[in-house]
Design a protein around this ligand. Structure first.
Ligand code: ARG
Length: 462
């Protein structure tokens, strides 16, 4: 007893209940594997021809029909109809309606288990490529912003308390570094996805004598999988994907959070473009950083998708189980979400304006040069711990007098530590504070300039 488009039925006496069909079907989301599955099917047809199961002519006929199916796309009503269990069922029944029994022959030695693993891997490979391209755009925007605002100085924070001045360009390049690591993670994920499951059959390997090495090469994989049981049940590549996306999302959420803070009136460092902010339905004065908040807020679903894959895979007995059908929505949603966040983050970095004076003002208030005073004393031969203590007392004195360190008179400073000379004021200047951080990776302008050149060179080679 077989439903019209069903791939099985011989051993059944009754038709499937429509409620079961609805529950079982994945077509409404796995239609996204359409092109990948067609590519894999064409390559499989050639492999069957190589094995003498298809004649060359039959193979060509099947491949042309598959091309036709691809060209015509999936009619929207087919996705919503309950006729097809999944995208593989749809493609096979379209093929049979075009070439008849030849279409039925394509499944020789193939199972949907190795078929879906193959199509999913192909899909993830191109998803990695798309994400890597979007990461590059964001990195480009960061280097442009670093260049445009190279000299802007703002406070750097620890514990969200003003700590030491930094260059805006240094802030930009911090995110560049994170994103460069994210890029590497997606490259690794891409690599882990390029092992070919096709030819593993349902679980034990195919009985069709196909050349799997050739098939792997034809589909752009590096090699065929080494164990059929593993191949049909392995979703490590999907985990790599949702993990890489989670790490990337951590970075995007931190960037978003920094900009949310910096654009608040309390900080006032950054002005958001009207084009990417929203107002309040009640409070006329409001300009809200919705885009940034959404980037931050979407972290939950990206981390959640990673966890849902882990939970789905945990303790799953070998080999294929229908649980594995639950892998796709997590991955698709992660892809859509992370692409949206990357695009929006790039637009935000491109369109924000800095309030250079507010930034500088904040960097000059709150004793961000106290470490410099300690370092000055160290240069005068005082051990750092004692210098730290003396500089702390100077800060306390300045707080009492409601002035900054450089506004203390030389007499006041000498009361705290007689070794201090008027040249201390040079050291307390914000430009000196920055210039002293001239170590590799430091925020001294000359170092940041070099880092920016390196970042731009890296980008050229990506
Ligand atoms: N739609 C299924 C999935 O995504 C395809 C594999 C079905 N295999 C099976 N033995 N029922 O996992």
């Amino acid at each position: 007893m077989q439903d019209k488009h069903s791939l099985w039925g011989g051993r059944f006496n009754e038709k499937a209940d429509s409620r079961f069909n609805d529950f079982n079907s994945s077509f409404r989301f796995d239609y996204r594997l359409f092109e990948a599955d067609i590519e894999a099917s064409k390559a499989y047809a050639e492999a069957l021809a190589g094995a003498g199961i298809f004649s060359q002519e039959e193979c060509e006929k099947v491949c042309l029909a598959l091309e036709d199916i691809k060209k015509n796309g999936i009619p929207p009503e087919a996705i919503n109809s309950r006729d097809f269990e999944d995208v593989h069922t749809f493609i096979e029944s379209s093929l049979v309606s075009l070439v008849g029994d030849l279409g039925k022959k394509l499944h020789t030695g193939r199972s949907r288990n190795d078929q879906v693993a193959t199509a999913f891997r192909l899909w993830i490979i191109s998803a990695c490529d798309e994400i890597i391209a979007l990461v590059k755009v964001l990195c480009l925007r960061l280097t442009e912003s670093a260049e445009r605002n190279f000299d802007v100085i703002l406070p750097g924070y620890t514990h969200l308390q003003r700590a030491q001045p930094i260059l805006w360009s240094h802030w930009c390049l911090a995110y560049f570094e994170m994103l460069a690591r994210d890029r590497s993670r997606f490259l690794l994920c891409r690599q882990s996805a390029t092992v070919l499951p096709l030819g593993s059959g349902a679980l034990a390997g195919t009985s069709a004598s196909i050349n799997r090495n050739q098939l792997a090469l034809n589909l752009g994989f590096t090699k065929p999988s080494a164990n059929s049981l593993d191949a049909v049940s392995d979703r490590d590549f999907a985990l790599d994907f949702t993990y890489a996306a989670s790490a990337l999302q951590v970075h995007l959420s931190r960037l978003a959070e920094d900009l949310i803070l910096y654009s608040s009136q309390e900080f006032g460092f950054v002005l958001l473009s009207d084009k990417f902010s929203s107002g309040s339905s009640l409070m006329p004065q409001k300009k809200n950083p919705d885009a940034l908040e959404l980037i931050r807020g979407k972290s939950g679903r990206i981390f959640g998708n990673h966890f849902s894959l882990l939970a789905m895979l945990k303790a799953l007995p070998l080999a294929y189980n229908k649980d594995l059908q639950e892998d796709k929505e997590a991955v698709f949603d992660t892809f859509d979400t992370i692409c949206g966040c990357l695009e929006m983050a790039s637009l935000m970095i491109e369109t924000i304006e800095l309030d250079q004076n507010r930034c500088l003002d904040a960097a000059q208030k709150g004793y961000l040069n106290a470490t410099e005073l300690a370092d000055y004393l160290v240069r005068r031969g005082i051990p750092f711990r004692s210098a730290h203590e003396i500089a702390g007392r100077a800060v306390l004195r300045a707080i009492e007098m409601q002035v900054e360190l450089n506004e203390l008179s030389i007499e006041d400073l000498r009361k705290i530590e007689p070794i201090i000379d008027p040249d201390v004021y040079d050291s307390l200047k914000i430009t000196s504070t920055l210039a002293t951080k001239s170590v590799i990776g430091g925020t001294a302008p000359e170092m940041v300039k070099q880092a920016l050149i390196k970042a731009k060179n890296d980008l050229n080679s990506w």
